[in-house]
Design a protein around this ligand. Structure first.
Ligand code: ADP
Length: 395
């Protein structure tokens, strides 16, 4: 079975082809197009590349195209991307203005070009559908809640990957199996005691921390939109809602401009005065740039804040996992996050930490009660796997 996973940006199309034949699970091709002006051309070029490379004979060889949409009104999980779902995504464009329009348009084009191929979407909110209601509500009037003003949580594909892989590495095949079956059966697959408590830290261009109990997400630092939670590369992260009227009223700034600054001029870039890449921030901080130092400190502080929150909710932790571009690669940031935590049973091994970049490793000391791990994430693989399970479940 071959499944194409497509990542749709407003001007980009990235793809990966997975082959599940003979019980295997291989990524056989990948590619992408930037500065796309005509999406139809990009999709046709993608199919042509796959044909020319000998990976497929035609689109009929593809069992499905998998997508990673973020938000739809009243719909989450792994679903067929039919018109009902696309309309439900249209109903959320105000909450996801950068993400939903290219996905809706892209999926419609894929469906037109390949009408016989199932289009399957794994919503980024899916991993939190069993989180307690109290964890997902903002304390707003019900009329606001009805408009969709609530926490959703995102990065679901990545945190699900970590839930499954960390359970495997921690010797909990029962929990790993529950994670695998999660979007087919719900969290009903029995697991044994004791509880498995994992805190997954996805720190990348956008960042989030998730608490995972026995393979199920109990909440996520991202709230109503992917602009919230930890500071992101250019996006603000959590902010007191009353900052917006203060800035607008005192400067005369328009709402559009305020929104632009919160999305494009804030986060690490805003605090540091222009640097949004942790590599640059580390270089700058090393040269004495105090603002760059502050941006790094702020990211570490916020990560600690959310890890601490989930540690309390989970009644401790068996493992803290670092994943995505920043957390997989930056030993300095991992050390800043795990400093002075020995009284919580969290002890980083400085040497193992320094030696680890973009590979699976345990980087805590043997005595550490909480295992600290690095696990490279693989969101596209999760999407392909879920699309496969979806088809096999006959949905
Ligand atoms: P996304 O997919 O959300 O854009 P990634 O998970 O690929 O993000 O993470 C990208 C970020 O990872 C970069 O913006 C940079 O800050 C950080 N990064 C990548 N490589 C390194 C590295 N070697 N050291 C420190 N940070 C890194």
């Amino acid at each position: 079975m071959k499944i194409l996973v497509a990542n749709l940006g407003s001007t980009s199309l990235k793809y990966r082809l997975f082959d599940f034949s003979n019980g295997g699970e291989r990524m056989v091709a990948r590619g992408g197009f930037e500065r796309v002006t005509d999406y139809r051309v990009a999709i046709e070029s993608c199919l042509a590349e796959l044909k020319n490379g000998g990976y497929i004979q035609g689109s009929g060889d593809l069992a499905a195209v998998g997508f990673k949409p973020i938000l739809a009104k009243g719909i989450t999980g792994c679903v067929r991307m039919d018109e009902t779902v696309l309309n439900a995504m249209e109903a959320c464009v105000l909450s996801a203005p950068a993400h939903n329009p290219p996905y809706i348009a892209g999926v419609r084009l894929f469906s037109k070009i390949m009408p016989a191929t199932p289009m399957i979407g794994l919503f980024e909110t899916a991993f939190y559908q069993w989180a307690p209601e109290a964890a997902m509500r903002y304390a707003v009037p019900d009329s606001w809640y009805q408009l969709g003003v609530r926490r959703w949580g995102y990065h679901g594909a990545s945190h699900k990957f970590i839930a499954e892989r960390s359970a495997e590495l921690l010797g909990r095949s029962d929990v790993a199996e529950r994670v695998r079956r999660l979007y087919v059966d719900g969290p009903n697959t029995p697991v044994r005691e004791p509880h498995l408590r994992v805190i997954s830290c996805h720190l990348g261009g956008s960042s989030s921390v998730t608490g995972i109990l026995d393979g199920v997400g109990i909440g996520n630092s991202l709230g109503m939109t992917p602009q919230s939670g930890l500071p992101h590369n250019n996006r603000v992260g959590d902010l007191d809602a009353f900052a917006l009227p203060l800035v607008m009223r005192s400067t005369g700034m328009t709402l559009d401009e305020a929104e632009r600054q919160l999305c494009k001029e804030s986060g690490l870039k805003g605090v540091s005065g222009g640097y949004n890449d942790v590599r640059d921030l580390q270089t700058q901080a090393g040269q004495g740039n105090a603002k760059a130092r502050l941006a790094l400190d702020l990211l570490a502080h916020q990560a600690r804040h959310w890890i601490g929150s989930f540690m309390f909710q989970l009644n401790g932790a068996d493992a803290i996992v670092f994943t995505a571009g920043i957390a997989e690669n930056s030993a300095a940031l991992r050390a800043a996050i795990c400093r002075d935590t020995d009284q919580l049973g969290i002890e980083l091994d400085a040497v193992k930490n320094a030696q680890t970049a973009a590979q699976e490793a345990v980087i805590s000391t043997p005595e550490s009660r909480v295992k600290i791990m690095v696990i490279p994430t693989n969101e596209e693989l999760v999407i392909a796997r879920e699309a496969k399970r979806f088809l096999e479940a006959g949905k």
